[in-house]
Design a protein around this ligand. Structure first.
Ligand code: ZN
Ligand code: FE
Length: 270
């Protein structure tokens, strides 16, 4: 008998967050949610589907990713609350770090340390979902579609190394980012690479999705490799644009220098 298809659903929350909800589609199933910044939409989504809460995964300590934990724990006291070992987050029942392997909601998840946005940020990778579907990555505020998180606590070198690890995952990987920033990110990406045809295609697709109030996520890693300037530090056009922006003769072809120039450029891009 084939394993039941997993259901992966972005629950819109706060201004522009998504709280990812994963469950097996079985009645009364215990679901997994990622980065619940607000409890209300999670409560509604679980009740609407007849689910209980089995586990919460947290990627980093920011309030828009953790604000709903206390209320969800009060509602579902048996739920596991799993988060990064090196960040102060109230209510965790399990602290995880690079290399840890978890069994959650019938799935195997690997923990990746991806510092940069915050110092202890982790991502969760489901390399082989139980239904035989393609890998699923919960990357928090590290990688966005056509963008990446701001460097609040980490250096460009740390973030570039974190993104380099994510870049090596299979191209089919479903990238579950936590914010609907795609169209704004594409505007910057097109500024960096005005002649990249994949960017025009992605923009057309995302404008159509947003026009019908649909999420632009999950993205596919292969789409990000073709369109996300923050994963394209070795593309000649991106290198040239970064060099134009921040001339640094010695190291302008160096991946970290290219990444740092792009990140600084986007920080004041309006
Ligand atoms: Zn954040
Ligand atoms: Fe966030």
């Amino acid at each position: 008998m084939p394993a039941p298809a997993l259901i992966l659903h972005p629950v819109p929350a706060l201004a522009d967050n998504y709280i990812w909800l994963l469950h097996s589609g079985q009645d009364g199933d215990a679901a997994l949610v990622v980065d619940p910044g607000d409890a209300n939409p999670v409560e509604t989504a679980l009740n609407d589907r007849g689910l209980t809460l089995g586990a919460i995964l947290v990627t980093h300590h920011h309030g828009d990713h953790t604000g709903g934990i206390a209320r969800l724990k009060a509602l579902w006291p048996q739920a596991r609350v799993i988060g990064p070992a090196h960040e102060a987050i109230a209510g965790l029942t399990e602290q995880v770090d690079e290399g840890d392997r978890l069994q959650v909601a019938g799935q195997q998840l690997d923990v990746l340390s991806v510092p940069g946005h915050t110092a202890g940020h982790v991502a969760y990778l489901m390399a082989a979902p139980s239904d035989g579907s393609v890998p699923i990555l919960f990357c928090g505020d590290t990688l966005f579609s056509a963008g990446c998180g701001r460097l609040f606590e980490g250096s460009p070198a740390q973030m570039q190394a974190s993104l380099a690890r994510l870049r090596d995952l299979p191209g089919a990987t479903r990238v579950c980012c936590t914010h609907e920033y795609t169209l704004a990110n594409l505007r910057f990406a097109r500024h960096v690479e005005p002649d990249n045809p994949a960017l025009m295609d992605r923009q057309t697709e995302c404008e159509r999705l947003r026009a019908s109030a649909c999420p632009t996520l999950p993205s596919a890693l292969a789409v990000e490799l073709a369109t996300n300037p923050f994963l394209r530090w070795d593309d000649p056009g991106v290198i040239q644009a970064a060099r134009h922006r921040a001339p640094s003769p010695a190291s302008s072809a160096d991946a970290v220098a290219v990444f740092a120039a792009l990140r600084a450029w986007k920080d004041d891009f309006r």
